[in-house]
Design a protein around this ligand. Sequence first.
Ligand code: ACO
Length: 174
Amino acid sequence: MPSFTQDSDLDLLFSTDLISSEVKSQLHPDLHLRPLASTDYHRGHLDVLRVLTIVNDPGEQCWLSQFNALRSTPRTYYTVVIVDKPTDKIVAVGTVFIERKFLRGLGSVGHIEDIAVDKNQQGKKLGLRIIQALTYVSENSGCYKTILNCSEANIPFYEKCGYQKKESEMAKYA
Ligand code: ACO
């Protein structure tokens, strides 16, 4: 996939109406913010996630099945990517999923997950733009709060994004 593909030519995970134009306008002209697309397997989606953790390649068909499973649950999964236009490769990624509750007047909470910026692009505010874009999705989906778990080392980054430390994380791995 050599040249940049316009949003209108892509099969996207969700509507571009939920992509903040303000965040888009703050990116370098060579960079483009949009929802994950069904062909992003070929744009290095998994390679970018590898800066975060171990990622096994399930193959294109299984990747696409997962994409379709996320999309078939309406108003729940929102993955955004930043694409480098000259190479048409993904350089940053992040997800917010919307949890619907019975409390707080049937309120919703946005959970931010799997934030990753390509090693060569770190320190250029792309992580900040991804968090701003996901917070916009969460708040414009009616969430009363947006939360995430992170390492101690990443706390200063999330503070720069306007988040505050609150409570503790518990985990039990299977
Ligand atoms: N410690 C202190 N400050 C930091 C750190 C850090 N670890 N990382 C970024 N910052 C600061 C930057 O200096 C910048 O400050 P400034 O506005 O004063 O200049 C501000 O935070 C914004 O930084 P960005 O340039 O947007 O950061 P970047 O694009 O490098 O993205 C990220 C940060 C996502 C942590 C990236 O380095 C990365 O992908 N790391 C590896 C994967 C990872 O740890 N992901 C987060 C997991 S937690 C989760 O997914 C919910």
